[in-house]
Every structure is written in C-alpha cells, then in structure tokens.
Write a protein that binds this ligand. Structure first.
Ligand SMILES: [Zn+2]
Length: 318
C-alpha cells in the first residue's frame, strides 16, 4: 500500500477518534464490547505474497494488540459473548492452512508471551506434505507443517483446529458425501493424529458464499464448540457464539488499527445465518464409524484439549 494511502487512513482514524471513543465508552458501560477474532496465514520473510506477513510486521502487530486488547482463546471469546456482559477489549488470534514457517517465529513468539492461539490445518497439506494449488499456481509451492510440528504446537498449548482435507470451497459443494469427507472424516483423522478432540473448524476462504449451512449442522452434531468464517465483522455480546466472524490480520498496521478501533463503517458487515442445516445423519454416523475403524481409535474416548488453553511450555516447541 502506498504511503499516501496509509497516511489517509491514519488521518481518517484520528479525525473519527472522538466518535470511536464515544462508541467505545458506551459499549464498555453497557457491557456490550464485541469480541474480535483475527486470522493470519503465514509469517515469514521469504517469498512474500498476499497471505504472508513479515516477521517485523507481525511483531509490531502483536506488540500493539497486547497493549490494547485482552488476547484470549476462542473459548474465552465465546464466554464473553454469552456472559452477562463484556466490558473488556477482547481479541483472539487464529491461523489458517498450516504453513511450516509459522513454527520458526510467529508461534514460538506467541507461546513465549503466553498468548493463546488457534491453528487451523488442512489435513492433506500437512499429512501428505502437499502444497496448496494456489501456491503451485504462483510458482512457489510453500512447505507445510509436519505432523511432528503439530504435535509440538499441541503440547505447547496452541489449540489445533480443522480446516478440511483439501481446502475446497464448501459453499459450492452439494454432494453430502463430499462434504462429510472434507469436514467429518478429515476432522476425525486430525483427532486421531493429535489423540485428542478437535473443537473448532474454519471454513476455507470463509466468505459468505463459501459457507454451507449443512456443515454447520454436521459440526454441531459432532460436538464442535465453534466454527469460524473470514468475511470480516466482529462478534456482538448476545450474538451466536457458535459462529465466530473473523477479520483479516492486515499486514498494514495502520489499516488494522483503523478496523480494530471500532471503525464506524464496520457496522455494515451482515452476519451469515445458516438456514437448513439438515443433513444425512446416517451418512455422518457411518463415516464416524468407518474413520474410527481406520484409525483404530474411538473419537468418543479421546480427551478434549484443556479448557481455555494458554500456552505454558515454550520448551515444547524445541
Ligand atoms: Zn484456508
């Protein structure tokens, strides 16, 4: 982004500061402070692209976020949304896809600072070390997390979430067998590797058109705690805690500060409401049985991750 655009955003934020402060004061007084969830993809200094943030930018962002928000787990975000009122600036950090370089700088830094995070992985990408088609198309197949690195993240207190098997656009899939395989079977296979239950799911691409009501139904049936979209917006107190709307962890810190300090324009983000969550229950149960059998584990006996996980053991990542 050009310097003059960045300056313009900064000027807009400063000009609207009195309104933002008034809005903030009212929300805090009424216990109506919304929960914000950010999503990142890849933090690295090599191969910059639209889904990569430099280490320096990431550190600057986390420094600013730590000074301005309670950075909490997704579970704590949900508690604050459904509780008797939220008076604190609340934010949660997530990553999508499973890029290997995140384990070199970004995640160790979060663990070191004891900042909770949820890490959504696509199983073919990580289990088979298969690059994403969009990276291949860009001529730069970027490395994926290994199973060992996921286990290390899990041990360090980073919550691992599901992000399908092959990263398809779930909004365009009508065949329930494909949906069940991408969402249900892939999540159970991830659970079998982690030897614990997976509690959160993030839709690939995450725009309204990429969401699918049946998937909401399937995830509720499986006992997931929540599902994340990525079309923007924050999460109002008293709103649906199962569906967490996420905002882009914008590499341009001025633009991010603008969004996160309650930009008046953010009110216009319309929440996706899943309609017709009905799906083929038998197909889902049959898939759970078959996947359990393949992995020689019963998901019902697997433990859940710690409630409200906070990273505790930086050494686990080494
Ligand atoms: Zn993704």
């Amino acid at each position: 982004m050009s310097n003059w655009k960045t300056s313009l955003i900064q000027a807009y934020r400063l000009c609207t500061t009195p309104y933002r402060q008034f809005r903030w004061f009212n929300m805090a007084r009424k216990g109506q402070v919304p929960a914000i969830v950010l999503f990142y993809h890849r933090v690295a200094d090599d191969h910059p692209n639209d889904w990569t943030m430099s280490r320096k930018d990431f550190k600057n962002q986390i420094d600013w976020l730590q000074n301005n928000f309670d950075i909490v787990s997704l579970e704590e975000c949900q508690h604050r949304i459904i509780g008797s009122g939220n008076h604190r600036p609340t934010l949660s950090i997530t990553f999508d896809d499973g890029y290997a370089e995140n384990c070199e700088y970004a995640l160790p830094m979060l663990v070191e600072r004891r900042i909770p995070a949820t890490y959504f992985v696509t199983t073919d990408h990580t289990f088979k070390q298969q690059p994403f088609p969009h990276d291949v198309k860009a001529g730069c197949p970027l490395p994926a997390n290994t199973i060992e690195s996921l286990l290390a993240l899990d041990r360090a207190g980073i919550e691992i979430g599901a992000h399908t098997r092959t990263h398809p656009d779930l909004g365009s899939i009508t065949d329930e067998r494909v949906l069940v395989d991408e969402v249900v079977a892939a999540s159970i296979e991830l659970e079998a590797v982690l030897k614990r239950r997976v509690r959160y799911f993030a839709f690939p691409y995450g725009q309204t058109a990429n969401l699918n009501a049946k998937v909401f139904g399937m995830l509720r049936e499986m006992g997931f705690l929540g599902v994340c979209s990525a079309y923007g917006g924050w999460n109002e107190v008293g709103g649906d805690p199962f569906h967490l709307q996420r905002m882009h962890g914008d590499p341009n810190i001025e633009r991010m500060k603008n969004w996160l300090t309650y930009d008046p324009r953010i009110q216009s983000v319309e929440r996706y409401i899943p309609r017709d969550e009905l799906f083929d229950r038998e197909l889902l149960q049959e898939t759970v049985r078959a996947t359990d059998e393949r992995s020689k584990l019963s998901r019902m006996t697997l433990p859940f991750p710690a409630t409200d996980p906070i990273p505790q053991s930086p050494n686990a990542l080494q």
